[in-house]
Design a protein around this ligand. Structure first.
Ligand code: ADP
Ligand code: MG
Length: 256
């Protein structure tokens, strides 16, 4: 399928098989610049597989992923990350022995020094600038008062906020979120929704995989519904909500 205008990510005719299992079939997904696109679907639908194909952790059996005119298929995860694609919230990947502030500064140092050559103690070039930027982001995510705390001591919700901060300092063009509010209290969920709205206001493109319908309908500009490895519906949240196929496949008629 041809890529439409303003599309920053195009998942083009992707299939993924695990042995005899067709985990993804005929996936064509186009994400417009600056939009928040939600992907919903029941357990086992293929959501995480799709995300892993996009970020290069899994190779599609056929098809391609194109980001801003560059074919990602065949590239390594860190190469895809350097092109401006960041993913959060699968498993918190933070440095438990470093402070909250040091954790947020690390990806910026990595960017400056080149991946895998981070040396926090070597050069102090741009350090003040990076620190100020990290502090501004911690303010945004509500962790500024905990900047000196060892990250290992944070609550689960705070660890997720820290991971988001570590992504934001990379200034990705495309942010992929895998169930950003899973395991959070209602209060933390609402705080996270507000934060993601703030990021949206800054124009960052987001793909969000989510189970919680409250989160999806608060944030998404468009939605795709995955079931059995296929996209069974795509449209505005208001359209998806009323689609009987979606209610049957996913919502079980319970959510109206
Ligand atoms: P979701 O994230 O929507 O719950 P997944 O993408 O994790 O779904 O899984 C889709 C299907 O692919 C499931 O049937 C799952 O068991 C299968 N699957 C996922 N990863 C693998 C793997 N590495 N090897 C074999 N089967 C897998
Ligand atoms: Mg999953």
């Amino acid at each position: 399928m041809e890529t439409k205008d303003n599309v920053v990510l195009h998942v083009a005719d992707v299939h993924k098989r695990f042995g005899g299992l067709h985990a993804l079939a005929d996936i064509d997904l186009q994400i417009e610049e600056g939009k928040t696109h939600a992907i919903i679907g029941p357990n086992g639908a293929g959501k995480s597989t799709l995300l892993n194909v996009i970020i290069g952790r899994l190779a599609p059996t056929s098809g391609a992923v194109v980001f801003d005119g560059t074919v990602l298929t065949g590239k390594k995860p860190h190469e895809i990350n350097q092109l401006g694609v960041a993913r959060v919230f699968q498993t918190p990947e933070i440095f438990a022995d470093l402070s909250v502030l040091q954790n947020v500064m690390t990806p910026a140092f990595a960017r400056r020094d080149g991946a895998f050559r981070i040396n926090m103690f070597r050069s102090t070039d741009n350090e003040t600038e990076i620190r100020e930027e990290a502090e501004a982001i911690l303010e945004d995510v509500g962790l500024i008062e905990r900047r000196g705390v060892n990250s290992g001591a944070l609550s689960r919700g705070d660890k997720r906020r820290l991971e988001l901060a570590m992504c934001l300092i990379q200034k990705p063009r495309l942010l992929l979120l895998d169930e950003p509010t899973a395991g959070m209290s209602r209060h933390d969920t609402n705080t996270t929704i507000e934060l993601l709205k703030k990021i949206k206001a800054r124009g960052m493109t987001k793909v969000i995989i989510e189970h919680d319908m409250h989160v999806v309908f608060s944030l998404a500009d468009r939605m795709s519904v995955l079931a059995g490895g296929r996209i069974i519906a795509e449209g505005l949240p208001s359209e998806i909500k009323g689609d009987p196929r979606v209610q049957e496949a996913y919502l079980g008629g319970a959510y109206t």
